[in-house]
Structure formats: C-alpha cells, structure tokens
Design a protein around this ligand. Structure first.
Ligand code: COA
Length: 388
C-alpha cells in the first residue's frame, strides 16, 4: 500500500443555516479544501461523499452525482460515490477514499461530508435519525437515539458509579472549547447546573447532554504521500485507518457499556500505526451524547473501562489535560450535521497537527486521532494522523 497524505481541509460553519442549501454547503466546503490544497479541479481523480439521509432531510438522493455536478466536475466524468453509515458516513467516506489512494487506484481524491437537518419540522429529525437504529426491534417500539444513549448512561452509572455531574462536565468542557471555534454552532458557556436543570430529553440526559440538529459540510483532499510535497509543506499523513461493526440493536450485545466497534476499529488503527493510546496528543471523539464521550475515551484505551467519568471530572480531557478531547467543541458544541461530522473531526485534527487551530491549539500536537460512530455504536471508524 502507498502512504496517504491529507493536503487540504475545508469547513463551513455549523448551525441552523437557513440561507444555504444542501448543495451550497458541500460546494463551499469542497472549494475551501481545494484552495487550501492548492490543487486545480482538473487534477481530481475521484470523489467520495458521506451523507446519512439527504433523501429524508432535503428530498435529495443521488448525492454522489449531485456533488460532482454542483462542484463543476460533471464534465470530467470522474467516479463520484456517496457513502452511508448513519452518523459515521463521513468517516466511512474518508476510509473509502484512503483505500482508493493507498491501493494506487486514484491519486488526488476529494472526501466530502454533508447534512442539512434543520429544514424538517417538529420531531421529524428525531424520526429520521431513528432510522439508523434497528427499525423492527427498537424504533418501532418508540425508541429514539436519546433514549438508547440514556439506557447506556444509566447502565454505566450502575456498573461504574459514573455520576450525573461527570456526564454534565463533558458538555461543560465541550461548550468551553466551542467558544474558541468560530465555526461552532454554539458559543455559549454553560455550567454543570445548567446541564442538570435543562429540559429532560431521556432520563438522565437533558437537552444539554445532547448534540444538536445541525446543517454543515466538511471536505478533505487526499493524495499519495510522495506527491504531497508538490502541493504543501504542511503535510499530515494518515498512519492508521480502522473500521468495525457491531449488532445494530443494543439488545444484541453482551455489554452495552462497551462499543465493540470502537474497540476493534481502534485496535486496527493502532496496529497499523504501530502506536499505543498513550502516543495520541489530541483526539476528536464522537460525543453525540455526553455518555458517548465517556464510552469513547474508555473504548479507545485512553483510560480504563469505568474510569471515563472520573477522567473528565479531574480535567484530564480538557485542552490543558494529558488527553485533550474534542478541542473543536465536539459534536456537542460544534454541532452534528451527521454526514459531515466524521470529515469535520479529521479536518480539526489536521488543523491541530499543522498548528493552525488558533486559540484552541493543543501545544506540540504531533499525533491525533478521530473517532466516528454510527447510530448507537453499530459502525465505527478510527483514523490516526501524524505530522509528516
Ligand atoms: N444543545 C444546546 N442547545 C440546544 C440543543 C443542544 N443539543 N438543541 C437545541 N438547543 C437550543 C436551541 O438553540 C434553542 O435555543 P434558543 O431558544 O436560544 O434559540 C433551544 O435550545 C430550543 O431549541 P429546539 O430546536 O426547540 O430544541 P428541540 O427540543 O427541538 O431539540 C434536542 C433539542 C436535544 C431534542 C435535539 O437537539 C436532538 O434531538 N438532539 C439529538 C440529535 C441526535 O440524536 N443526533 C444523532 C445522534 S446518534
């Protein structure tokens, strides 16, 4: 396999972007990534785009062709592929692109991720998202994603003594980080009391334990490492790419407090990279709910199983802690346009490794990890990046 570099990143703002359409968002992110990489459109060999449910959110399917067309690439007739794996669609699109470049099939590849979720009204977004759960055995009975993660949270509290305050601290920390990210959906400092006293969504999770409904897009440009220096001197390479799956419904698992898809995707990525969890300087993890960040830092091996809550409480995951988690604000404060999230996480890691993350820069970051989950953990990607 060839080594693969990320030579360009592009992000739109995340939030309720009523003045921008689905195609506006992905075109904006893609153009920014192309400019950042300094490539010309005619050099692009292929396009992969992650989108979870464009059909239900904006009535648009055939997303691969749409993105190529709206980016002005349709006359080049390049392969344009849409990838879907619920909230992990972005991470999966990146992995497909990575495999395409590593294998020698393509050289310059654009990876996009996009979702426009705020055009639907009422509880419709919740219903659409629930389509990523097991329709026959979960969603049919009225279970939503907040409810599934609430059950995980209750079990984690029961098994390991994780406290309500520790869950809330995840949201407090990520909102604090989001204050320093101009592209984040929320720029609002919150306290533990704010989280606990916010409207209840699914006990014990309140509104402030949840990631929001968001619009947004992100893009990356990949190329073989040996060509990266032709475009940039700020080269970041992908040193590990893991992907794994698990039972779709929670009841199919022996232990709902461990996401085996994360454990296996991480093992694959660490083995490929030849590193240990302690070598990671900064990570973006999938905090769709506060409990999800606690599970993630345990399953990625940053802390022992059951000690995630304590690590957050002790400040170890803050920007100045020994394992800085979600300096971008995470899904919680930056926003969670589901198809875009996995690509945006990697964009943040690239900015961190280039030393271009502004006020939220993690000092001396050289190796970073991005962790993207689909649904309640039935699919997962883990990518590890290093300064080349
Ligand atoms: N965090 C912080 N603030 C939020 C928020 C969140 N997650 N969601 C909404 N808000 C704010 C809004 O900005 C708004 O503020 P304003 O009154 O100052 O304008 C206010 O809360 C009410 O917003 P509204 O859109 O009416 O909230 P809602 O009740 O319709 O939705 C949730 C709130 C938590 C139910 C919704 O965000 C949600 O479903 N999140 C989970 C998404 C999800 O499941 N993703 C997939 C994960 S697997």
């Amino acid at each position: 396999m060839r080594e693969v570099a990320i030579i360009g990143v592009g992000l739109t703002k995340f939030g309720e972007l009523w003045d921008k359409s689905f195609r506006n968002l992905i075109t904006e992110a893609g153009s920014k990534a192309i400019l950042d990489a300094g490539i010309s459109g005619s050099e692009i060999d292929a396009l992969y785009v992650g989108s979870m449910s464009a059909g239900r959110f904006v009535g648009q399917e055939h997303v691969g062709a749409l993105v190529a067309d709206s980016s002005g690439l349709s006359s080049m007739h390049i392969p344009a592929t849409r990838v879907e794996s619920a909230c992990a669609s972005g991470g999966m699109a990146l992995r497909q692109a990575y495999i395409a470049v590593a294998s020698g099939m393509h050289d310059i590849v654009v990876v996009g991720g996009v979702e426009k979720m705020t055009d639907v009204v009422g509880g419709e977004a919740t219903n659409i998202l629930a389509m990523a759960a097991d329709q026959e055995w979960e969603a049919f009975f009225g279970v939503t994603f907040p409810a599934l993660y609430a059950m995980i949270a209750r079990r984690h509290m029961h098994e390991y003594g994780t406290t309500r305050e520790q869950l809330a601290q995840v949201a407090v920390k990520n909102h604090e980080n989001g204050l320093l990210n101009p592209e984040a959906q929320f720029h609002r400092k919150i306290t533990i009391e704010d989280v606990i006293n916010a409207p209840m969504v699914a006990d014990p999770l309140t509104l402030l334990d949840c990631s929001p409904i968001s619009d947004g897009a992100a893009a990356l440009i990949l190329c073989p490492l040996d060509r990266a220096k032709d475009y940039t001197d700020k080269i970041v390479k992908i040193i590990g790419a893991g992907q794994a799956s698990d039972s779709l419904a929670l009841h199919g698992r022996e232990d709902i407090c461990t996401f085996r898809a994360t454990v296996n995707a991480a093992r694959m990525a660490y083995e490929q990279a030849g590193i240990k969890p302690t070598d990671i300087d900064v990570a973006e993890v999938h905090d769709c709910f506060t409990i999800a960040e606690i599970l993630a830092i345990e399953d990625l091996g940053f802390v022992k199983k059951g000690e995630g809550g304590k690590a957050v409480e002790e400040g170890r995951t803050a920007r100045d802690g020994d394992i800085p988690i979600n300096p971008s604000g995470g899904l919680k404060a930056k926003g969670h346009p589901v198809g875009a999230t996995g690509v945006a996480q990697v964009a943040e890691i690239v900015l961190q490794l280039r030393g271009e993350a502004g006020e939220r820069q993690i000092k001396d970051a050289r190796i970073g990890l991005a962790h993207n989950i689909g649904g309640s953990g039935a699919s997962c990607t883990v990518h590890i990046m290093e300064v080349a």
